[in-house]
Write a protein that binds this ligand. Structure first.
Ligand SMILES: [Zn+2]
Ligand SMILES: [Zn+2]
Ligand SMILES: [Zn+2]
Length: 140
């Protein structure tokens, strides 16, 4: 008896789990290409398009954070327990990041919305630089 075809939804949710699990064990922000390659190296057979689509869904669901790097590349990270609204300072070289929760940013956004009479105000802010570890390597 041939095995019944795997329902598409089930297959997708397993891929999703695999990506979430992988991201949970990884610290830096990574591009979808990097994530795809690392998954492949660990034996996952997923195309780049699939990985990208799953990542996009996870971002939409608020499960995964995404940022645009200064070079215009989209980077992903699972922030987990420090989830909720926050900002990041990110290393341009290695992707290391710290979550920033700064009330001043939140207040500034709110004030700007009020001042210009905008509703449904949202904001995004990412700070880029070179982390301590990478700057030490560069000096040598
Ligand atoms: Zn985050
Ligand atoms: Zn770095
Ligand atoms: Zn904010």
């Amino acid at each position: 008896v041939p095995a019944p075809a795997q329902p598409k939804k089930k297959r997708n949710s397993r891929r999703r789990e695999r990506i979430v699990e992988f991201l949970q064990g990884i610290d830096p922000f990574l591009s979808s290409q990097a994530i795809h390659q690392m998954l492949k190296a660990r034996g996952a057979s997923m195309g780049l398009a699939t990985v990208y689509r799953q990542l996009e869904n996870l971002v939409e669901e608020g499960e995964v954070d995404s940022i645009i790097s200064p070079s215009g590349e989209k980077l992903f990270r699972h922030c987990g327990s420090d989830g909720g609204h926050h900002h990041h300072i990110i290393c341009k070289i290695c992707g290391a990041s710290q979550a920033i929760e700064d009330e001043e940013v939140e207040e500034m956004a709110e004030t700007a919305g009020k001042r210009y009479k905008y509703s449904e105000v949202s904001h995004s802010l990412e700070i880029f630089g070179i982390c301590e570890t990478c700057s030490r390597k560069r000096v040598r």
